[in-house]
Ligand binder design. Structure first.
Ligand code: CTP
Ligand code: MG
Length: 167
């Protein structure tokens, strides 16, 4: 495959994870998943940036996109399962990232390079591997293109006043 085709295939595969990661910025808020509780170190478990509404809306949006991909390709079962797993993995990965940030005393909204841009996509790939493992080229491309795409969309989200911080 040509590089450009590989990049398109990589984005097509991982898109539900991107949608699941971005949706909470718009639809999130309200009650935090950790209920405001602290961990044994006295710091927040995940912090107030991880909300129930964000998690559910992200999961729903990623799943709906997977269903649409399935309808578009005539592979409804595969893509709806992938949409669900990629979205769930992305949201769990994002939570894991926040959990780690709180453990090293980084406050909510602080920048954790690599962790902020990759934890969601790594867990999304891991969860998706239950039904489909992309080729190593596709995985590599996803890992390379995700950080700049994540940074660019966050910057745009900040310009649109959806996000406090530009990263
Ligand atoms: N968000 C949410 N629920 C989630 C994930 C995200 O409501 N499960 C919303 C929050 O408003 C959050 C915003 O999306 O502030 C941006 O997400 P993210 O950058 O992941 O969170 P941060 O606020 O930076 O918090 P953290 O330091 O824990 O990453
Ligand atoms: Mg952040």
């Amino acid at each position: 495959m040509e590089l450009i085709q590989l990049i398109v295939a990589a984005i097509w595969f991982i898109l539900p994870a991107y949608v699941a990661n971005a949706t909470p910025v718009v639809l999130g808020g309200g009650k935090p998943i950790d209920g405001g509780h602290t961990f044994i170190d006295g710091r927040p478990i995940f912090g107030p940036g991880k909300t129930i509404r964000g998690f559910i809306s992200g999961l729903a949006a990623g799943f709906v996109l997977g269903v649409l991909q399935g309808l578009a390709t005539g592979q409804l079962h595969l893509y709806s399962a992938l949409g669900f797993l990629l979205a769930l993995g992305a949201l769990v990965g994002d939570l894991l990232g926040s959990f780690i940030k709180r453990r090293v005393n980084l406050e909510r909204g602080s920048a954790a390079p690599v962790l902020d841009q990759l934890s969601f996509v790594v867990l999304a790939l891991l969860f998706a591997s239950l039904v489909s493992v992309p080729s190593w080229e596709i995985i590599l491309i996803i890992l390379i293109i995700t950080p700049p795409i994540h940074l660019a969309t966050n910057f745009i989200g900040h310009k649109l006043k959806l996000k406090d911080r530009p990263y």
